[in-house]
Design a protein around this ligand. Structure first.
Ligand code: ZN
Length: 448
């Protein structure tokens, strides 16, 4: 009967013995789950639900006028966005619900979860063009929408702010060499740093995002719909829903020093904007400069905070220039196996061969988090990337000094990457290598 109901092909017949029984077991479990839910409510057309959800007026300065972002699935009639909370982890939530480990109706108890320090509000929060990729009120929903929460609306924070100690072994080396001082306040003995940690989930205001990318909103919606395999039909059927919670990784901000120093013009601010590179950041892979630059950025942040200013390290989950780690490792192989070995002059073209583009990070959206923090001027920008620099400056933030990675921190095998970047116009305090030099800078062989 089960086989007939699910219209299984013949190769699932009992003659396949135990595999068939395993499969039937899975199906029986699934049919139990399906039977729990009586029907599926389609939200792919406006007016499909009895009541109208609360509207969102992006760019309003008052959270009550702007309206809450409701992306939970506990009450479909309340939803006023496309997609759902927790970025890419929403898919794991689906597995937890499917397996029976999580009640789909669970509503978060937010007792004692409020931010440890207040950020904002800042004038940029009320500018619909300055912030389009996160919800400026995301950390304060507990207080801003307390009444609605009591009425039964399941409003979840998209930003969480906590405090922590972090420690990387390189920092102890910096202390030993006298570059960093233990002050007991920002740097503890043993090299631990006292940081404010902020996690941010992406919240996209689609009209603003389209404007930022200089494309039509309907073209953007269509591409998002098609390139996710049709995962969110509302992108194309619900123009009335203007906010999308995309299933992608978020941002972590590590803040050193006094929060108030971020916006005070006479106190210095250091910023490093770092895009995830798991192989180097966590495991110390030597093919690139990511971890050395990450640590160097932290060091400059600490020094600036100790001078009475603040330091901000923003960590984006955009692995491998947002191409992902599979593509990245394919590129590593292609680079090392090409004729003449891994060469600086062929660095970018290998990525383009595999991925179709050199970079997919869209730094145009990156400055939003800086505007959310209230930044209008960066005294020390610890990055060589022109794309990041241009995006920040074009968004209206002044950058006083750019700081490149010190030579001695570049691993030998990463000379290919750094030389290629310098030749492509990345910021350097020295001179960029010419075409001849570029052909001579080689990396290690693939297997050695
Ligand atoms: Zn890297």
């Amino acid at each position: 009967m089960i086989r007939a109901y699910f219209n299984l092909p013949n190769w699932f017949s009992p003659k396949f013995g135990k595999y068939s029984w395993i499969l039937q077991g899975v199906i029986m479990q699934n049919s139990k789950i399906v039977s729990k839910q009586k029907h599926i409510v389609l939200t792919s057309h406006p007016g499909g639900l009895a009541s109208k959800p609360l509207s969102v007026h992006w760019g309003e300065s008052e959270p009550s006028k702007r309206g809450p972002i409701i992306g939970t699935l506990t009450n479909p009639a309340h939803r006023n966005v496309i997609g759902t909370h927790s970025g890419s982890y929403s898919v794991y939530r689906a597995l937890a619900v499917a397996s029976g480990a999580l009640q789909a109706s669970h509503r978060a108890d937010l007792t004692n979860t409020s931010p440890v320090v207040a950020i904002g509000p800042h004038p940029s929060w009320a500018d619909a063009n300055k912030i389009v990729a996160l919800d400026p009120f995301g950390a304060m929903v507990g207080e801003a929408y307390a009444d609605l929460y009591k009425q039964g609306y399941d409003i979840r924070p998209t930003i969480a702010i906590t405090q922590a100690h972090i420690n990387m072994p390189e920092l102890q080396d910096a202390i030993a060499k006298g570059r960093l001082l233990v002050d007991g306040r920002i740097v503890k003995s043993g090299g631990s740093l006292v940081v404010t940690k902020i996690a941010i989930d992406p919240v996209w205001y689609l009209p603003g995002l389209a404007k930022r990318l200089k494309v039509g909103e309907s073209d953007l919606r269509r591409a998002l719909f098609q390139q996710t395999g049709g995962m969110y039909p509302e992108l194309v059927t619900r123009p009335d829903l203007q906010v999308f919670l995309p299933p992608i990784g978020g941002i972590t901000v590590y803040l050193l020093g006094d929060v108030a120093a971020i916006t005070e013009p006479n106190r210095k601010l250091a910023v490093r904007v770092h895009d995830e590179c798991n192989g180097s950041d966590v495991f110390g892979s030597d093919i690139c400069t990511c971890r050395p630059y990450l640590v160097h950025g932290l060091e400059v942040c600490v020094q600036t905070a100790q001078e009475g200013g603040a330091g901000i390290l923003v960590y984006f989950r955009k692995e491998g220039r947002a191409l992902g780690e599979v593509t990245k490792f394919l590129v590593y192989n292609a680079r090392k196996r090409q004729e003449g070995g891994d060469r600086a002059d062929a660095y970018f073209s290998r990525t383009e061969c595999v991925a179709g583009v050199q970079d997919m990070r869209f730094q145009e959206l990156m400055p939003d988090v800086l505007h959310w923090l209230g930044i209008t001027q960066i005294d020390r920008f610890v990055s060589m990337s022109d794309m990041k620099y241009n995006a920040i400056v074009n968004s209206g933030i002044k950058v006083i000094n750019r700081i490149a990675i010190p030579e001695e921190l570049i691993p030998a095998d990463a000379q290919v990457e750094i030389a290629a970047k310098q030749a492509a116009g990345y910021y350097t305090e020295g001179s960029a290598p010419d075409a001849v030099t570029l052909t001579q800078i080689k990396g290690r062989n693939l297997v050695s």
